[in-house]
Design a protein around this ligand. Sequence first.
Ligand code: NAX
Length: 326
Amino acid sequence: MAPVKVTVTGAAGQIGYALLFRIASGQLLGADVPVRLSLLEIPPALKAAEGTAMELDDCAFPLLKGIEITDDAGKAFDGANVALLVGARPRTAGMERGDLLEANGGIFGPQGAAINAHAADDIRVLVVGNPANTNALIAQAAAPDVPAERFTAMTRLDHNRALSQLAAKLEVSVTDISKMTIWGNHSATQYPDLFHTEVGGKIAAELVDEAWLRDTFIPTVAKRGAAIIAARGASSAASAANAAIDHVHDWVNGTPEGDWTSAAIPSDGSYGVPEGLISSFPVVSREGRWEIVQGLSIDSFSRERIDASVQELVEERDAVRALNLI
Ligand code: NAX
């Protein structure tokens, strides 16, 4: 089997460090799928990326068929089958939202163009770098020849956080829970929905009181990133890498029958989310494609929260449009 080329941007960062070894060990695509890694970094971080590559060598992973390190996006995405866009411009003190979007436009626009020009026909893109949904939109807009559905953003970490919080509350295992959903933006407005989530055949929202759902569960999941920073002194890295692995693994290999997961994918207008926005939905993966789970009833509690998060995505989209980034 020809190795699958996986390109990781921001490879020398903390998520990159937690991610690369798991890709090389076969956890991204499968224990029988050989991989080639391409590490894209900015010049000041190339040396650190080389150090990580040395450690990858030292693992002697049977599935790892090669590593390249470059600061040239054209090279990094040449023939790429999977692209994990992790490197992004963080918000620094005094930075306005427009500045943040513009700085990221300068990263994700050129990377999208390089994917358009050089990636393999089956390229799948997962954007992890924040603001992830809108960065994915920018990359997608720069890649008109790539099917729009191949650009996705990560809400799987939020999904996994929601599973873990609910499991702890109900004193069950995460494997007892199915049909969790994160809606909207990967931001504090995201909406983790328990009204379709099942625990031992019962609906999760009926197993917890509304005050806990509203005042504890939703904000704890939505603000977990900040809580990790407060505790660890650094943002989520291993759990973010783990979620990226889960997202791509399920995209390529499918989601289990009778369950679904969450991913930010281009909206087809389902559930009133404007077409084209990259928003998180309940999704299944079949034959290598994400499909939005259809037909869920949305009550007013959920509607209000989905709409608020989607409105934030609309505003981000309008802001990057005004900056001519899409
Ligand atoms: P780090 O600052 O540790 O690493 C980022 C790396 O990206 C650096 O090595 C930097 O040199 C590199 N980089 C910057 N510009 C680049 C470019 N143009 N091309 C290639 N590489 C470039 O950040 P880390 O903790 O790894 O986080 C990476 C991103 O993930 C951040 O934007 C962060 O906000 C985001 N996150 C997203 C999450 C999600 O659930 N979607 C959760 C975790 C994380 O907060």
